[in-house]
Every structure is written in structure tokens, then in C-alpha cells.
Design a protein around this ligand. Structure first.
Ligand SMILES: [Mg+2]
Length: 185
């Protein structure tokens, strides 16, 4: 399957080559790790719903040497709880302009654009998606974001999109069998 975008046509073969180099997955939160809903409780605090299979996918990535980072434009306490729950060390919230934060993450981890997969759903994600080697849009991302994606997940945000990304990277790198070994010894 091929996806045409403003930077040309990505074939599965070129996508496979890019996936081999991925060392870090940077993901947006609202609309990617969640379905985009934000619930305000009576006391003014915020609630979000996360997907357990997405969480497992993130753990599989980290167990296999791929760093996972969260990059959100909104400040949100539940995001930090979820990150801590999953053992994600890099959790950036309140980054209205995502590109400088993206650059800082790469510098901090000694990585280049060629080693990064970025997952997004809305317009603020476009600047980092234009830099990352493997930009991914979730199934229900806005059309403009899909234009800049090398790959679009089948699942929408908050419903297994990140799990798909994890499986795609780990399978491309030949690490999925290691994940399975733990459960099928
Ligand atoms: Mg979003």
C-alpha cells in the first residue's frame, strides 16, 4: 500500500527502511493516546481515558530499547499520572509550539530526525511530523495531518493507534518475536 503526500510517495519498502532506524517514538496525547475527549469534573479537575492495549504497546517498545516520549500542547495532570504509570520519563505538556520541544527531546537523547517516529492527529503536530523520519497520523487525524504522514493507522486515537505503531516498528525491527516469547515460552 502506498501513501502519497506532499513529500512524495512512500512505498512499504521505503517505510521499512525508515522503521529499521527508529530509536524513539514521540506521541501527542489528545486525539492520539486519547479519543480527544477532555472531561472536566465538578471540582475543576480533568479526567482522560487511556487505552490499556496502547499502554502495553508502549511498554513493549521501551522493553526493546525504543524510547517513548509524550509531547502535548496542553497542561494536564492526568497525562503525567499516565506517563508515570507506564514509566515514561519524557513527558512534556504545555508545549504550545511543538517544534522547539521536539528538538530538545532529540538533543537530550542524542538522536537525529532519522531515528524518530512522531505520531499526531491535529495541526500543531505538523511541524515535528515534517522533521521526523517516520511521521504517523492516526485514522481519525485531520486531513492536513494525514498529508504529512508516511503511514496512517487503522485505529483512531485512544483506540489502539499507538499499539499499531508499536507493533509496526517492532515487527519491522524483528523484535516482535521477542515480545511474543514472553507470553508463549
Ligand atoms: Mg492532538
Amino acid at each position: 500500500m502506498k501513501h502519497r503526500n506532499s513529500r512524495g510517495v512512500f512505498s512499504d519498502r521505503s517505510a521499512g527502511k525508515k522503521l529499521l532506524s527508529i530509536r524513539m517514538v514521540i506521541t501527542d496525547v489528545d486525539g492520539v493516546l486519547t479519543d480527544g475527549s477532555v472531561v472536566f469534573n465538578g471540582d475543576g479537575t480533568e479526567s482522560k481515558t487511556f487505552n490499556v492495549r496502547d499502554g502495553s504497546g508502549i511498554k513493549y517498545l521501551m522493553r526493546n530499547g525504543i524510547t517513548v516520549a509524550i509531547l502535548s500542547a496542553r497542561e494536564s495532570a492526568p497525562v503525567h499520572h499516565r506517563a508515570a504509570n507506564l514509566g515514561i520519563k519524557h513527558c512534556i505538556t504545555g508545549a504550545q509550539d511543538k517544534l522547539p520541544a521536539y528538538r530538545d527531546l532529540l538533543e537530550e537523547n542524542g538522536l537525529s530526525d532519522a531515528e524518530v517516529c512522531y505520531v499526531g492527529d491535529d495541526l500543531p503536530d505538523i511541524p515535528p511530523m515534517r522533521c521526523a523520519s517516520f511521521p504517523v497520523a492516526v485514522a481519525d487525524a485531520v486531513a492536513e495531518v494525514k498529508e504529512f504522514a508516511a503511514w496512517v493507522t487503522r485505529a483512531p486515537g485512544g483506540r489502539g493507534a499507538i499499539r499499531e505503531v508499536a507493533e509496526k516498528i517492532l515487527k519491522a525491527q524483528g523484535k516482535w518475536c521477542k515480545v511474543m516469547e514472553r507470553y508463549t515460552p
